[in-house]
Design a binder for this molecule. Structure first.
Ligand SMILES: Cc1cc2nc3c(=O)[nH]c(=O)nc-3n(C[C@H](O)[C@H](O)[C@H](O)COP(=O)(O)O)c2cc1C
Ligand SMILES: O=C(O)C(=O)c1ccccc1
Length: 431
């Protein structure tokens, strides 16, 4: 089979668009993660707390750095003369077929780096058919994000409230607003040790930033003797600006900070749970339920035992435990479990992966090691910082364009050829 030059399907749609369009990758101007990160830093220079909040990590950054070092140790062994024109990037998760193995990771306080807040990524994701996972720490409400995401696929990430009635109120709102999957994050029962945030006292909630899910919730607000509000006047979203307003004694800022502090106590941090606590969530949520932050093989097996539908193997991008295992090594170890392998094979247990995914090859490696799909984190944060929705769209296209071409370079006809085939297509180098 040959391709005509005007067709060039073997290039992949994104690469074709860029080369033949002649303008380079717009609006970011580069396809290189490190360059995009630099541009984002530049843009947020005036508010250094904000950059280090989104780009930063826990402790000595050893977990953050380890994620990419470990991914880099896995290498793909390419095969030749495999006719892999028109690669198939589709994956099916919980009975739904998505265009690619990529989801938008739950990221809080998006209003601190983009005026569009969570709308930037929610709209970009919907446009490209990529599932958007909404964070509990959003600067927009569940209803507003659902509206921005429209017909796009969306899941909800839970930071687990102290009170069961608040938990169920959030979950009901999520369900009523079309969020099909529930991701319960387990690695952030308290914030990690983050030197840069400690130095700048940068805690968005304490300034009333990222509290929209709470302030719009009737059950939570009733506990404060208040009515829910859709649009608590939260501008400017930036936390440092809020600190300044607070210092000046601004009454609106004081009010937002007070509610923020209550929300911090209710739904974010300071309350550790046990495995038994998952049961009420399991009973309440009828759709797919995943536990995020799993790193130990025994925890993955426990997740199967308590009847959840999947896990996200993640170390929160290195933001929680400094000195933790690189997430890709955790995935490798988890997928050695016969129990996990059998559960995945039966179709009853889904394994997703994040922490350090930057390129197409990273996705191939994670899928070869057993992940069914991956979550994109910081790359889209930087895309949104630089160019809002258009920036997020480009980031997704870059990663998928790279994945598409890298599959072909590796001699893989699609992501299905990579999945679970580490033994055939990967090796580990020791430099
Ligand atoms: C600024 C920022 C905020 C985050 N907020 C949340 C959150 O609200 N809920 C959550 O489950 N994970 C959160 N995460 C973790 C991401 O979902 C994801 O696990 C992580 O970004 C993956 O690492 P990577 O960005 O280095 O690839 C956050 C990450 C960042 C960078
Ligand atoms: O910073 C994070 O990693 C995170 O999960 C979070 C927590 C609270 C508010 C915003 C983000």
């Amino acid at each position: 089979m040959s391709n005509t030059s005007s067709d060039l399907p073997q290039w992949g749609a994104y690469m074709r668009e860029i080369y033949l369009g002649g303008k380079g990758p717009q609006p970011l101007g580069t396809v290189v993660f490190e360059e995009i990160e630099k541009k984002a830093i530049e843009k947020l220079k005036g508010t250094p707390g904000a950059f280090l909040y989104s780009g930063g990590s826990a402790g000595t950054w050893s977990t953050y750095n380890g994620n990419s070092i470990a991914l880099n140790k896995f290498r793909i062994i390419p095969r030749m003369l495999v006719p892999c024109n028109n690669r198939d990037l589709r994956v099916t998760l919980f009975g739904v077929t998505y265009p690619s193995p990529v989801l938008i990771a739950p990221i809080g306080v998006q209003g601190t780096f983009s005026e569009e807040g969570e709308f930037a990524a929610a709209r970009a994701a919907a446009k490209l058919g990529v599932p958007f996972i909404m964070s509990s720490a959003s600067t927009r409400s569940i209803e507003q994000v659902a509206n921005a995401n429209g017909n796009g696929p969306r899941w909800y990430q839970l930071y687990w409230p102290v009170h069961e009635d608040v938990t169920f109120s959030l979950l009901k709102r999520a369900k009523d607003n079309g969020f099909t999957g529930l991701v319960v994050t387990l690695d952030t029962m308290s914030l990690g040790w983050r030197p840069h945030d400690l130095e700048t006292s940068y805690l968005p909630f304490a300034h009333g930033v990222g509290t929209q899910v709470g302030t719009s919730d009737p059950v939570f607000m009733a506990k404060l003797g208040r009515k829910p509000v859709d649009d608590i006047p939260e501008f400017p979203y930036d936390s440092l600006a809020k600190q300044k307003l607070l210092a000046e004694g601004d009454s609106g800022a004081r009010d937002a900070a007070h509610i923020g502090y209550e929300w911090l106590k209710e739904a974010n941090f300071g309350f550790y749970r046990s495995w038994e606590d998952v049961k009420p969530l399991r009973d309440f949520w009828e759709g797919p339920l995943l536990l995020k932050g799993i790193q130990h093989v025994e925890d993955a097996e426990k997740a199967i035992d308590i009847g959840v539908d999947g896990i996200v193997v993640s170390n929160h991008g290195g933001r929680q435990l400094d000195g933790a295992i690189p997430s890709i090594y955790a995935l490798e170890s988890i997928m050695k479990s016969e129990k996990v392998k059998a559960a995945q094979k039966s179709g009853k247990f889904t394994v997703l992966f994040d922490s350090g995914i930057r390129t197409g090859s990273d996705i191939i490696k994670a899928m070869a090691l057993g992940a069914q799909a991956v979550l994109i984190g910081r790359p889209y944060v930087y895309g949104a910082t630089i160019a809002g929705q258009a920036g997020v769209e480009q980031i997704i296209k870059i990663i998928l364009g790279d994945l598409d071409i890298s599959l072909a370079q590796a001699g893989l006809k699609g992501v299905a050829d990579a999945h679970g085939r580490a033994e055939q297509i990967l090796t580990k180098v020791d430099f």
